[in-house]
Design a protein around this ligand. Structure first.
Ligand SMILES: C[S@@+](CC[C@H](N)C(=O)[O-])C[C@H]1O[C@@H](n2cnc3c(N)ncnc32)[C@H](O)[C@@H]1O
Ligand code: SF4
Ligand code: SF4
Ligand code: SF4
Length: 402
């Protein structure tokens, strides 16, 4: 058996190799492996797989509220059964203490499904995380970016501020973002950029997110141009994940004509200069889970920890027009355990390994799809994975987020 170093143990130990197993399934490696690191011992068809337990969380997403002052026609919040509440300060304090125990942590993103700037203590939260020396990002609907709010965000040196802009045109934007006022949000963004210039600072960098659907797709080039004029540093174009029957025919993936739209050099160079993050518009067999593979975890407003955004809430969505019931996957709650304990939990380690190894089937490539009942929900797939990632459009980069 080869010697192992910190990050390399993820190998199969032949059946017959003697190891000591504790009641919770953890083992100490045999002395011959020359390490005293904790590893998880997982039986496989060909032997026993040893997975090193490392606190290597790099990114944490925090949903500080599920409340919002808008009612966007795209939004999950009107189709779910979850409560609309702010995160308790005591829950946030638990998270904060936990973040200090994660040596590889690089960034914290304030997002989720609600409007973060509505939380009464959002600035205390941003400040506390900034003081840990981490990169801090936030996504907002842009409606609360008044002058004093912008001054605070600049003062805190928040690293990136994403603002959602679902159309560059007033009437269309107001129709998609119900309760919103395009002129007001647009001038807030203009003010943000002007005030940064006045204070001679680049932070917070401006990011723009656009949800592509049939009704606004033709405006994408104009949106990209607007983002350029606003000096945004990045644009995220995601496809719509319909949460309502009324939205299920609005999807534009698999009808890709971005090649034609951006077929001229000036747009191509614009996209590159803006670091535009375009979602795939056609379903491709390659899979990449940015949450698991980039070592992220998500914490919802109640303190529940999930591996990703899609597994944070109970809701219905439509995949190629088929209704799918989604159940959350909670691996622990920060009010009861530290993030370190939750991250190292054997169930979570196993789940990440399954996703990293692509040990889940692909419904969208499957000939049995039409007659298959597994796809009615994400509870289980035909390989007995639970929850199932088999039909996840985030793993196909069809749905994107910061
Ligand atoms: C849920 S919002 C939360 C943050 C904030 N309230 C906002 O709107 O920016 C996060 C992002 O998800 C996007 N989004 C909303 N509904 C979506 C859907 N059905 N499919 C894909 N993205 C969606 C929003 O446009 C926004 O850019
Ligand atoms: S602003 Fe954000 S959270 Fe609020 S309804 Fe729109 S997408 Fe949902
Ligand atoms: S769960 Fe059903 S549709 Fe998905 S891969 Fe398995 S058999 Fe195919
Ligand atoms: S593949 Fe999808 S459902 Fe599975 S962990 Fe990644 S984002 Fe979540």
């Amino acid at each position: 058996m080869e010697k192992t170093s910190k990050k390399t143990i993820n190998q199969v130990l032949p059946v017959g190799q003697k190891v000591q197993i504790a009641k919770d399934g953890y083992v100490k490696l045999p002395v011959s492996l020359d390490t005293d690191q904790e590893v998880l011992f997982v039986p496989t068809d060909s032997g026993y797989r040893l997975i090193t337990l490392i606190q290597d969380v790099k990114r944490v997403y925090i949903e500080v509220t599920t409340k919002c002052n808008f009612a966007c026609i795209t939004c999950i919040r009107s189709s779910w059964q979850d409560e609309l509440t702010h995160m308790e300060w005591s829950t946030f304090e638990k998270i904060l203490n936990s973040l200090k125990e994660l040596p590889d942590l690089e960034s914290v993103h304030f997002g989720g499904f609600g409007e973060p700037l509505l939380h009464p203590r959002i600035f205390d939260m941003l400040k506390a995380v900034k003081e840990l020396g981490l990169n801090v990002e936030m996504i907002t609907n842009g409606s609360f970016l008044r002058e004093e709010v912008i001054q605070k965000l600049i003062g805190l040196q928040v690293d990136v501020l994403f603002t959602s802009l679902d159309s560059p045109e007033e009437e269309e934007y107001n129709e998609i973002r119900q309760g919103a006022n395009f002129q007001s949000v647009y001038s807030n963004i203009v003010n943000l950029q002007a005030m940064k210039r006045e204070r001679r600072t680049k932070k917070p960098e401006l990011g723009i997110e656009f949800v592509a659907m049939k009704k606004n797709f033709d405006r994408l080039p104009k949106l990209i141009r607007m983002a350029w004029d606003l000096k945004a540093s990045q644009v995220i174009v995601t496809n719509l994940l319909p949460y309502h029957e009324s939205m299920k025919d609005e999807i534009v993936y698999d009808t890709d004509d971005t090649g034609a739209m951006f077929g001229c050099h000036s747009y191509e160079s614009l996209l590159i200069s803006l670091k535009a993050n375009m979602s795939n518009m056609k379903l491709r067999t390659e899979r990449y889970c940015k949450f698991v593979q980039d070592k992220s975890l998500c914490i919802n407003h109640k303190g529940n920890v999930s591996p990703c955004y899609p597994l944070m809430h109970t809701y219905q969505c439509y995949v190629y027009g088929r209704q799918k019931q989604m159940y959350p996957c909670y691996l622990g709650n920060v009010n009861e355990k530290t993030l370190r304990e939750i991250w190292m939990d054997s169930g979570y380690v196993n789940f990440r390994q399954t996703v990293n190894d692509y040990r889940f089937p692909s419904c969208t490539d499957c000939r049995m799809l039409d007659g298959c009942n597994y796809t009615d929900s994400n509870e289980m797939d035909c390989w007995a994975n639970s929850p199932s990632c088999a039909e996840c459009l985030w793993a196909r980069r069809i749905i994107a987020c910061p």
